[in-house]
Design a protein around this ligand. Structure first.
Ligand SMILES: Cc1cc2nc3c(=O)[nH]c(=O)nc-3n(C[C@H](O)[C@H](O)[C@H](O)COP(=O)(O)O)c2cc1C
Length: 297
């Protein structure tokens, strides 16, 4: 289905984009106006865009309904500071409540039942319950237009972070991702939750280049069994593996003997075994299984 954005109204554009660009992390942002009235609102048009300088960007867009600006943006124009908190599952319902359109000057810390605590480098208070709090000064605001739905990009420089000890690793020197329980926004009313079960690791390719899928033998590249993820893992080795004469695997022996007269079936069985090994992260073994088959061409 081809979606031509030019043919959609603002709400439709927003819905298609938000359902596709998901899950999005949630910046839970506190600000205050020149009189010291405090505001707290969530923004999922948000991410980290630079580490040096450390820059977060979030976008309090113009309201789709009437093009009016949000209190967060108005406050930042008056006091160019904010605290960006990362939203976890324990806060999600109260965070959502804080997104109600309360009138200007209404303190959403109170409405949503969060405790305020003083920040160390900015005037704006922080949400005590949040497990990551980033004190920021606003470097720039980039307006993408005057129409409803137009993003207003706030470029916030992180001055310092407060990290709750409950999410640190055993050494206490980094955040343990499995302890964070961050939530993220998807399309419509859907959210996702970063639980241990929903997480997996992909070893980072670095300056040592992976051989690339184009270097895989045709029989592997065109496998009916191996998926794109399997091929990606195989192609991330730094040099084409050689047959290891010391490699022994009972199942491989059985397959090679049993299917000796049926090379196609043999290949399929070896690919199935390699797929299982790859699913368990055993890339070297998987390669050896694949190399045990027919000559690879
Ligand atoms: C999880 C979540 C994410 C949101 N993300 C955004 C966003 O990225 N941009 C935006 O303009 N509004 C977003 N909203 C809606 C604002 O939070 C809402 O308009 C809020 O009332 C703005 O408050 P303010 O006018 O006090 O700044 C989001 C709401 C929720 C619940």
């Amino acid at each position: 289905m081809l979606i031509d954005l030019a043919s959609l109204n603002t709400m439709q554009k927003q819905a298609w984009l938000q359902h596709a660009v998901a899950p999005r992390p949630i910046a839970f942002v506190s600000t205050q106006d020149a009189e010291g009235n405090v505001n707290l609102s969530p923004f999922s048009f948000f991410n980290l865009f630079s580490s040096n300088p450390p820059i977060l960007v979030f976008s309090p867009s113009r309201r789709a309904r009437d093009g009016s600006t949000k209190h967060t943006l108005e406050n930042i124009r008056e006091v160019p500071e904010c605290v960006v908190h990362i939203c976890d599952y324990a806060m999600v319902q109260q965070m959502s409540l804080s997104s109600c359109e309360y009138g200007k000057g209404v303190n959403e810390f109170i409405k949503a039942g969060f405790d305020a605590e003083p920040a160390t480098k900015v005037r704006v208070p922080m949400v005590k319950q949040a497990r990551v709090k980033m004190e920021c000064t606003v470097r720039d605001i980039i307006s993408l237009g005057e129409e409803g739905g137009a993003g207003q990009l706030v470029l916030a420089e992180v001055l310092c972070m407060h990290v709750d000890e409950s999410i640190l690793n055993a050494e206490g020197n980094m955040i343990d991702q499995t302890k964070t329980d961050w939530v993220a926004r998807m399309g419509g009313d859907w959210y996702s939750r970063a639980t241990r079960e929903s997480m997996f690791q992909v070893p980072k390719p670095n300056t040592q280049l992976g051989i690339g899928i184009d270097q895989l033998p045709q029989s592997i590249k065109n496998s009916r069994i191996l998926t794109g993820n399997h091929l990606g893992m195989l192609a991330n080795v730094h040099q084409f593996p050689e047959v290891d004469p010391a490699f022994e695997h009972d199942h491989v022996k059985q397959i090679v003997q049993y299917y000796s007269l049926n090379p196609e079936e043999m290949e399929a069985e070896l690919h199935k075994l390699a797929a299982q090994l790859l699913d368990n992260g055993a890339i070297t073994e998987a390669w050896q299984v694949l190399l045990s088959g027919e000559p690879l061409v």
